[in-house]
Design a protein around this ligand. Structure first.
Ligand code: SF4
Ligand code: ZN
Length: 726
């Protein structure tokens, strides 16, 4: 244990608390004690303060007791007990630092400088929390790194960032060394920054580290259902579930020591490239708190080892990096080597099964010219045809596996994939081409990932890639026939035509009583799991999150209640939920976790309902935004009158059919309306109201309930004359 570090951290904590006091006094002088203060679009107040102290900061004056608390926590003399990894009876200097840093950052939103500036993103809102939080539950993101300071040069910065991306971690940037930060070094090198690429610049001050820790404590409250103020459980949750560590590059000053001390309370160790005394395991904690002098090439590996993170990196021989962090990366026009599809050339992808003897595993062929034969900027014809075989493979899994091609290809650095089937669009960047990426590598990726992720149903994969116009066109006809047959088969499936539904309990790690019941006519509320996906997932992992549910005896056909479904839900919710109606949002609706694509809500005055999708920032006629509504319905509860759903469920015959179905829909954001228009139109025609879609109000008409009603009367919305909803 080093007295040196402790001394530095305590000095830093004193400095930061003093600064927070100055900032708070200045803000109060300018704005008054009653001035509202918050981070944008969050239901978690000032999150670290809220989660640890249970104290809601709503006005500037509410910070005063927090500041007093911080001061009282500041130790005068370095003592050993401060380094306990958990908050013991005595809170430590690090925690005082984090509270003070939240005060500093929050006041920035009132008296400047605004934390959102250039590459810096400032506080993440609740939409981001929910979207990205899911990835921490289902394992797509094993944890996050907080990178502080600057690398000695841009090359090292890029290398470290890409290693973190390859390990699928989120990387949060804060602080600088002599005015330079790693995020700026990456931006200079043209690296895409943002949530999409998992490289997230929070702020140039070290204080913005609170956005990273604030993100983790909000996950604990939102998904772990831990009440604010239960600080022990909050700290344990973050330590055990959200693997985090700090990489401090360059000189570490007192303020950085103090911040690192705060992070240690949350189980996040610090690794540095500089020569400072180490803090080794104490016996309470299994791993080191501070590891110094780590060479750059070993930094990421060492961090994973110290934090005990096992990352499964799929080994596919590729000249470019590969992993989910590259999924969101875009290939822009200036950067484009070649592209296929996207209405610019003939292109499609198809996956079918075949008898084992007809599939030659690992045979990846390119028929037609390879990448180097095409000049830069080409729009090429492309057919990607995969054949798979496996003892457990079934024809109905073909579309499930085929849809994975999107993610598989997208995860390669410098490759972008959009869409599916014959509406796909693939772009390859100049850098990727320069590094040696060939079209055949797309085949290698598809094979490697299918075997890695779906090895229980797929034994052999053969991929043929065609790049001659004539051949691609010829094959496209056959492919379209197959797509068409699949659609027909899917349409023949109904809730009545099957005996088995599938559950999804993947979200239980965040919402312990939540069970998605996935039927042929109702997709999981996150939009990611159809009934076919559920079946495939069950074959792949019979003990996993997707289990078959025997419908059992029918209790109520109108409401959609079955004995088997109720029994299953009761068991899986630990007895908390006893009855679920699959076709109603009012009578025992399905539970919600936090990842719904859309939220339905009743608008009582209109005798109808509205829907709003994630990402819509504006107001809705309920008087609440999406994020406020999301705060109300999540956490594994049944909330009659409100329900989270997947987008495509809106066009299903079983869409809240007990409550009146699609004819009840009276308001939705324009963007969602246009996105779903073709399916909604089809359904509206089936219902005998072909102009229904245009009778649904949107934000260009109004965002108040009264005016929705006026609009409905003007256009003659069918819901007006339907039976009373409530
Ligand atoms: Fe979560 Fe339901 Fe999606 Fe499964 S289907 S991941 S439980 S939201
Ligand atoms: Zn969920």
């Amino acid at each position: 244990m080093s007295k040196f570090i402790l001394g530095e951290a305590i000095k830093g904590a004193h400095k930061i608390v003093k600064k927070a006091e100055e900032r708070l006094n200045q803000a109060i002088a300018e704005k008054g004690e009653n001035c509202p203060v918050s981070f944008p679009d969050t239901a978690y107040f000032i999150p670290i303060i809220y989660s640890i102290l249970g104290h809601k900061v709503e006005k500037l004056g509410d910070f005063k007791p927090v500041l007093e608390k911080s001061k009282s926590l500041l130790p005068q003399e370095p003592t050993e007990k401060l380094w306990l990894p958990y908050l013991g009876p005595g809170l430590d200097a690090g925690m005082a630092t984090l509270f003070a840093e939240e005060i500093i950052e929050a006041t920035k939103y009132l008296i400047g400088p605004i934390p959102v500036d250039g590459i810096w993103l400032g506080a993440p809102n609740d939409v981001i929390l929910r979207e990205r939080g899911v990835e921490f539950t289902d394992g797509r993101a094993p944890g996050f790194a907080v990178v502080v300071g600057a690398a000695p040069n841009n090359e090292i910065a890029v290398k470290i960032a890409q290693e973190l991306q390859s390990a699928s971690l989120y990387t949060f940037f804060c602080g600088h060394t002599n005015g330079v930060s790693v995020a700026e070094q990456l931006a200079e090198e043209g690296i895409d920054l943002g949530w999409e690429t998992r490289l997230v610049p929070f702020g140039k001050d070290i204080y913005s580290a609170i956005y990273a820790i604030g993100f983790a404590v909000r996950a604990a409250m939102a998904f772990g259902g831990i009440p604010a103020g239960d600080f022990r459980r909050i700290l344990m949750y973050v330590k055990n579930r959200i693997f985090a560590f700090l990489l401090a590059l360059g000189h570490i000053d007192e303020e950085k020591y103090a911040t690192a001390a705060g992070a240690i309370s949350f189980g996040a160790p610090t690794l540095t490239d500089t020569d400072i005394p180490e803090i080794l395991p104490t016996g309470i904690c299994l791993y080191e708190h501070v590891v110094s002098n780590v060479p750059y090439e070993e930094m990421v590996d060492k961090a994973l080892e110290v934090r005990g993170l096992k990352i499964e990196v799929t080994k596919i021989e590729l000249p470019v990096a590969y992993g989910p962090a590259f999924e969101g990366e875009r290939v822009r026009k200036e950067n484009l080597y070649l592209e296929a599809g996207g209405a610019k050339s003939t292109s499609f992808e198809l996956l079918t099964m075949a008898p084992s003897e007809e599939v030659e595993d690992d045979k990846i062929e390119v028929i037609g010219p390879e990448i180097e034969s095409f000049p830069e900027g080409s729009k090429i014809p492309l057919a990607i045809v995969a054949k798979v075989a496996g003892a457990k493979m079934k024809r109905e899994f073909e579309p499930v596996l085929e849809r994975q091609i999107h993610r598989f290809i997208n995860e390669a650095q410098g490759v972008m994939h959009i869409g599916q089937r014959d509406i796909n669009w693939i772009r390859i960047s100049k850098e990727a081409q320069k590094k040696g990426l060939k079209l055949r590598h797309l085949g290698d990726i598809i094979r490697g990932k299918l075997l890695a992720d779906y090895g229980r149903i797929v034994d052999k994969v053969q991929v043929t890639i065609y790049t001659e116009e004539g051949k691609v066109k010829e094959l496209l006809e056959g492919a379209r026939k197959i797509f068409h047959e699949r659609d027909e088969r899917l349409q023949a499936l109904s809730d009545e035509s099957v005996d088995i539904y599938y559950s999804c309990t993947l979200c239980q790690s965040f919402a312990p009583t939540h069970v998605c019941v996935i039927t042929p006519e109702r997709i999981g509320l996150c939009g990611a799991y159809t009934w076919l996906d559920g079946g495939a997932a069950y074959e792949i992992d019979p003990t996993g999150g997707n289990q078959p549910i025997e419908k059992g005896a029918l209790i109520d056909a109108e409401k959609g209640i079955w004995e088997g479904v109720n029994e299953f839900i009761k068991k899986k919710s630990g007895g908390k939920i006893e009855n679920v109606s699959l076709y109603s949002m009012i009578h025992d609706p399905m539970t919600c976790c936090g990842c719904f694509e859309c939220i339905l809500a009743i608008l009582p005055m209109t005798n109808g309902i509205m829907v709003v999708q994630r990402g819509y920032q504006g107001m809705t006629p309920t008087g609440m935004t999406f994020s406020t509504l999301a705060g109300m319905v999540g956490g594994g509860q049944q909330t009659p009158g409100f329900m989270g759903v997947g987008k495509t469920y809106l066009a299903s015959k079983k869409f809240i059919s007990y409550d009146g179905g699609l004819l009840r829909l009276v308001w939705m954001p324009k963007e969602l309306k246009e996105e779903l228009r073709p399916m909604l139109q089809k359904r509206a025609e089936e219902l005998g109201v072909p102009d229904l879609v245009d009778k649904i109000a949107d934000e260009t008409v109004t965002t108040t309930e009264e005016e929705v009603l006026a609009f409905m009367e003007k256009v003659g919305h069918p819901s007006l004359t339907m039976a009373a909803l409530l």
